[in-house]
Design a protein around this ligand. Structure first.
Ligand code: 5GP
Ligand code: MN
Length: 335
């Protein structure tokens, strides 16, 4: 593993660069990709962004977001871009299986690979790595990359700062968790670069459609189960719910967090029946690690307090299996 600061030499000459981020890209995935894209273009590089699946509507306002190439929509273009790349960045994910088939393409190229990420237990595929699980977001690390490793604060402008702030706001849910003195210093810098944090929060968090609130009501009223004995809450969604509420995966963003608003609830599970798999989103409070549960039981991972995974059984069996796990964690959940 080479020191990431050594990238400065490689990036001193114009390169063809591809930035990749994970499937179901969120604010941090898109924010870090756009921030790096704007920045690297300023340095004179040719830059493209690739994600496996479509980005959510609530990010539509972000400048240049429509230039992102989505693998599901244009597979050939993705293959051409990966083949042509001299440098490939992996942003906001820690293992090539998080970018689906694009991962196989990336594995085969001899492009220089750079990971900037904050997930636990990064896989070993990159030549350069800036991996800090203690960071709030990949966007926080992009700021560190540009200002410290590239020593290039002078090239940060408002557009870059807004993209970085977007990932920070979404991954910390407006500075509710994963905060640190360093994060607040970064945020202060971003505001000095002209970020209007009030406006940005309005764009990001007040952009729901009617159907999102109706879905939330349905989840809380009809689909929520609280297991007081284990300080755990569960919300499930069936395939029929997706059809009835005319929703797609991005529309369920954030619903899991409501369970943690109940006093004493330490773990929240949102279990969704999807066309071929059952997807699980886990959240927790304090020291209880949902990362362990996602990794051990649902082929997933993420962070201590926010993780995800999948199950290949029916929704009903998955929920049963999840409940059967709880006794083993009872001591931790009720401590
Ligand atoms: P979400 O519940 O919002 O889908 O994801 C929460 C966190 O868990 C994110 O940081 C995401 O990267 C991680 N995560 C979600 N699904 C998976 C998965 O299938 N595998 C792994 N390794 N991480 C996941
Ligand atoms: Mn992130």
């Amino acid at each position: 593993m080479k020191n990431i600061s050594a990238l400065r030499t490689i990036l001193a000459i114009p390169k063809t660069i591809v930035l990749t981020s994970h499937r179901n890209p969120d604010g941090d995935a898109v924010g870090s990709s756009l921030a790096m894209c704007h920045y690297l273009k300023k340095l004179g590089h040719t830059v493209h962004i690739i994600v496996p699946s479509e980005y959510p509507d609530f990010l539509d306002w972000m400048p240049n977001i429509d230039e992102i190439v989505v693998y599901d929509l244009d597979k050939e273009r993705v293959q051409d871009l990966v083949n042509a790349a001299e440098v490939i960045f992996a942003l906001d994910y820690n293992d090539l299986d998080r970018i689906d088939k694009v991962g196989d393409m990336v594995k085969k190229t001899d492009a220089v690979k750079v990971m900037i990420d904050h997930h636990l237990q990064p896989a070993d595929f990159a030549d350069f790595m800036l991996s800090e699980p203690s960071a709030s977001s990949t966007c926080e690390l992009v700021y560190e990359f540009i200002t410290q490793h590239m020593d290039d604060k002078a090239n940060i402008d408002r557009k870059i700062a807004e993209a970085i702030m977007t990932g920070i706001l979404t991954d910390t849910n407006s500075f509710k968790y994963s905060t640190s003195p360093k994060l607040f210093r970064t945020a202060a810098d971003l505001v000095e670069f002209g970020v209007d944090d009030y406006l940005l929060q309005d764009l990001i968090f007040n952009s729901l459609k009617q159907k999102n609130l109706r879905l939330l009501g349905h989840c809380l009223h009809n689909r929520m189960e609280i297991l007081e004995e284990y300080n755990t809450g569960i919300i499930t969604l069936t395939k029929d719910d997706y059809a009835d509420f005319d929703i797609s995966r991005g529309d369920t963003e954030g619903i899991v967090n409501y369970l943690l608003k109940i006093r004493n609830i330490k773990m929240a599970a949102f279990i969704m029946e999807q066309p071929t798999i059952v997807k699980i989103s886990l959240r927790s409070k304090g020291d209880f690690s949902v990362q362990k549960i996602a990794q051990k039981h649902f082929r997933g991972g993420g962070h201590r307090n926010a993780s995800g995974g999948a199950s290949f059984q029916s929704l009903r069996s998955t929920v049963r299996r999840f409940k059967e796990l709880l006794p083993a964690y009872k001591a931790e959940l009720t401590a």
